[in-house]
Design a protein around this ligand. Structure first.
Ligand code: NAD
Ligand code: DAU
Length: 335
């Protein structure tokens, strides 16, 4: 199968590209704008050739998307590209709405014109907003997005599903919980706390730190997306959770224990505006329909992630400084 993947240079997208290249025969065109979060170093092990190509392009540019589809003629699309950080979406919502909503629209239009046969729109459990105990949201739970990030994702979910209802385009939406693992930009909770702990820097805990998130190892998420791509039903939404709900302080204490650093590094800071208290979803549908199960236990996944960040401190320094762009200029700058 020929798959056009967007955002394949980011955290989850690059894990998905590595998985597809390593364990299937599919061919891939990776379309990525290379924002601060996109880094081709994440794909250093994937060689360009007949099975894999990279295209630097912005999904918001309709003509560029049209040209990419016309030339590559993909049979399937897996759409990861997004502005993915809630705090950035609060500080600067415009690029978030632009990419997450309008960019998704441009991509859907190009896919519709070119008769794509499978289309996976990668979304998030944040669209359900905060879920009061003891409930877990299923796919019919109302959308109550709190931040510009989650509202832009909720809007694009509905838009994507409308392409199935209106045009019969075979769209599937996945809604995953918080991912963690190697190559995550050190702005999200787990990689930020690990990299700060390793450098003996303060670990900022928003509010009382008792907000609950459900942690999903990135490779488990990628296997779920592959399962939905292969056997999901058109027009359906699939939740993908890690079944591991933990309060933020609990996660941070575990990181401090693994790194051997003192809890005195934790500092309480002002809370995030509109901060959702608890995310909780049930993944029963994707399990029942595709046979997918989360395999990586949180303790093991977290240890592996801490090990990766300890061994890749230069990667962290480069992504923080933006210096990885030199890699792009060296390898792709002349095109
Ligand atoms: P990321 O921020 O690490 O990567 C985003 C990628 O998209 C980058 O490579 C970036 O260069 C690219 N991109 C951004 N704007 C673009 C544009 N206009 N055109 C082309 N490329 C563009 O994000 P991530 O954490 O890997 O998330 C991937 C997807 O998964 C997103 O859609 C996100 O909403 C969703 N998701 C993330 C999580 C999580 O915990 N990280 C959980 C559930 C769902
Ligand atoms: O639930 C899925 C979502 O998970 C994805 O859709 C988003 O792309 C992804 O960024 C993530 O959103 P969160 O807002 O839950 O993730 P973040 O890592 O930013 O924060 C996790 C929790 O940790 C949240 O309650 C805020 C808190 N936090 C975060 C940071 C960065 C802190 O207390 N301190 C911090 O410095």
């Amino acid at each position: 199968m020929k798959i056009l993947i967007t955002g394949g240079a980011g955290f989850i997208g690059s894990a998905f590209v590595r998985m597809v290249m390593g364990s299937t025969e599919h061919r891939v065109l990776n379309v990525d704008k290379l924002t601060y979060a996109g880094n081709l170093e994440n794909l250093a092990e994937v060689a360009e050739g007949e099975r894999y190509r990279f295209l630097r392009a912005d999904i918001c540019e309709g003509e560029a998307m049209e040209a990419a589809f016309a030339e590559y003629q993909p049979e399937a699309v897996v759409h990861f590209a997004a502005e993915s950080h809630v705090d950035r979406s609060i500080l600067s919502p415009e690029p978030v709405v632009g990419t997450n909503f309008m960019g998704s629209f441009r991509l859907l239009e190009a896919a519709r014109r070119h008769g794509v046969k499978r289309y996976v729109h990668v979304s998030t459990d944040e669209v359900y907003g905060s879920i009061a105990e003891p409930h877990d949201a299923d796919e019919d739970w109302p959308l109550v997005a709190s931040s510009p990030y989650s509202a832009s994702k909720a809007g694009s979910d509905l838009l994507a599903l409308s392409y199935w209802k209106t045009y019969g385009m075979p769209v599937m939406v996945t809604r995953a919980s918080n991912n963690y693992g190697p190559y995550q930009f050190p702005e999200k909770l787990i990689p930020l706390m690990i990299s700060n702990a390793l450098e003996d820097q303060p670990l900022p805990i928003y509010g009382d730190g008792m907000q609950v998130r459900d942690w999903l190892y990135v490779d488990d998420h990628c296997r779920a997306i592959q399962a939905v791509l292969e056997s999901g039903r058109a027009g359906e939404v699939y939740n993908v959770g890690g079944s591991r709900a933990l309060a933020n302080v609990e996660v941070v204490k575990r990181i401090l224990a693994i790194t051997g650093k003192p809890e005195s590094l934790m500092v309480g800071v002002k809370d995030r505006p509109g901060h959702d208290r608890r995310y909780a979803i049930t993944s029963e549908k994707v399990e029942r329909e595709t046979g997918w199960r989360a395999r990586v236990e949180f303790e093991k996944g977290l240890e592996e992630t801490v090990r990766w960040y300890s061994e890749n401190r230069e990667w962290v320094a480069r992504v923080k400084s933006g210096a990885y762009r030199e890699y792009y200029e060296k390898n792709y700058g002349q095109r």
